[in-house]
Design a protein around this ligand. Structure first.
Ligand code: BES
Ligand code: MN
Ligand code: MN
Length: 456
């Protein structure tokens, strides 16, 4: 619509400057030293929502970081869109790998670099600006509610309780989220599923203290060696996961679904080249798209033990540790998988060591419908602004709260993400293409429009 594009054209620079302001706040949810920053960021989000046109915005304190809850009521006859996003970001470390400071946003070659540029401040803020556009041009076609939380990157531990407590106030017709990726500007796509997550930590303890590796080595098990062997055994020669019962509940795709999934434009050579690897890797019998979308995985996220300082120290360490996470697909359950993993890891431990397994936060996998009004509205909105129908894909990442929107609020979600897989989210030099940011802002009002029209 002309009024929308006029408003956006006039305010382009402002929209970018405001995002930069938000990116300057180091709202790292995992680090307590940043607690004042997360609070400051929540306040900044609140102010931005009020300025964009919300009638009321509450900062809801939780046992952790606050949740920002905003509302704009237009008319009782209109449908309500509940937009979800997060203002917290991943830690920026290792800092030395950033070309520019992680909280000192810069635009280079049409890309804005900063922690949170894509995940999720940039994408969340598109919705705030879309609201501003619709409000300023008097073209709001839906009632709007916003939940912008500050704990997504640490497992959304307190958001479930908030959903229970605010069930009445959160009544809506659909949840709209921009916190995922699309294939490219040339091939817009919509993720129609997310994987779940079971996150474990293991400790392997051998002797009761660190030992001289010459005096004792040979007669006492080295916990790092034992842990390495145990970890190596978690995948077999076909890269299947060996945890007993792991695949029992996995729903296999039909042949037709596999064919459809693999129709998405994907060039394996480009993929490996961009990552600087000779070859891809993974579960035998599945394509890279299947392995990252619809198959479960097990990854080592960290491993430590022994001496890692300067020079050499001949030590036989007392213990070794690892963080291991599993991405889950329908119908796996994160707690069941955590239990299976714990039982398996204890079982494969030799008697020469003691093993402790603990479970961190997790989340359940989701599949979002493609035959709903909301999905069709998103499809049409993207087709309008990109000039091309979006391709449905399956995302490899996780957003644990999506399953709870359905369980607690009875609401389905549309994952209308505008990031790209190579935006370096969670990595150094995270970026978001400015063109994607503007495209998102342009597309969201159309979603509101088509959703309202199709709901009639
Ligand atoms: N936005 C991501 C999830 C994502 C990214 C989904 C790209 C699809 C495509 C989210 O912020 C995230 O990083 N989630 C975590 C899980 C959380 C419990 C820490 C993840 O996927 O590791
Ligand atoms: Mn995110
Ligand atoms: Mn993230």
């Amino acid at each position: 619509m002309q009024v929308w594009s006029d408003y956006q054209d006039t305010n382009k620079e402002k929209f970018l400057e405001e995002l930069k302001e938000l990116l300057r706040i180091p709202s790292v949810s995992a680090q307590e030293t940043h607690n004042a920053d997360t609070a400051k960021c929540a306040e900044a989000v609140k102010q931005s929502l009020l300025k964009a046109g919300c009638d009321s915005v509450e900062i809801c304190e939780t046992a952790g970081h606050p949740i920002v809850f905003g509302q704009k009521f237009v008319d009782a006859s209109l449908p309500t869109i509940l937009t979800y996003g997060h203002y917290d970001v991943q830690p920026a470390e290792p800092l030395e790998l950033w070309t520019n400071g992680p909280f000192d946003p810069v635009v280079i070659d049409g890309k804005i670099y900063a922690r949170g540029a894509c995940d999720d401040k940039g994408q969340m803020y598109m919705h705030v600006k879309a609201l501003e556009i619709m409000n300023a041009t008097n073209t709001l076609q839906c009632n709007v509610k916003f939940i912008i939380e500050g704990e997504e990157e640490v497992g959304s531990t307190n958001l479930g309780k908030f959903l229970e407590d605010y069930k009445e106030q959160l009544k809506a017709d659909v949840v709209l989220v921009s916190d995922t990726s699309m294939i490219s500007m040339e091939h817009p796509s919509i993720e129609t599923g997310l994987r779940g997550l079971a996150y474990m930590e293991v400790e392997v303890v051998g002797p009761n203290r660190d030992l001289h590796s010459g005096v004792y080595g040979g007669a006492v098990a080295n916990p790092i060696t034992i842990l390495s062997k145990m970890i190596a055994s978690l995948h077999d020669e076909n890269n299947h996961i060996t945890v007993q019962g792991f695949y029992d509940k996995v729903v296999a795709l039909t042949e037709a679904e596999r064919v459809a999934l693999n129709k998405a434009p994907f060039d394996l050579k480009e993929y490996t080249d961009e990552l600087g690897i000779e070859e891809d890797w993974g579960e035998k019998g599945y394509t890279a798209l299947e392995r990252t979308g619809v198959r479960p995985t097990l990854e080592l996220n960290g491993m430590w033990g022994g001496y890692i300082g300067e020079g050499a120290k001949t030590v036989l360490p007392s213990k070794a540790n690892a963080k291991i996470s599993m991405r889950l697909v329908p119908n796996q359950n994160s707690h069941e998988i955590a239990e299976l993993f714990t039982a398996h890891f204890n079982k494969i431990a030799p008697n020469c060591v003691k093993v402790t397994v603990t479970e961190h936060h997790g989340g359940e996998p989701v599949v979002t419908p493609t035959d709903s009004i909301a999905y069709k509205a998103a499809e049409k909105a993207i087709a309008t602004t990109f000039g091309k129908d979006p391709i449905p894909t399956r995302g490899g990442g996780s957003i644990p709260i999506i399953a709870l929107f359905e369980k607690i609020l009875g609401l389905k979600t549309v994952l209308m993400g505008f990031g790209l897989d190579n935006d370096n989210i969670h990595s150094p030099n995270e970026k978001f293409d400015v063109a994607n940011y503007y495209k998102g802002i342009e597309t969201i009002p159309y979603f509101h429009k088509y959703f309202a029209e199709m709901k009639k």
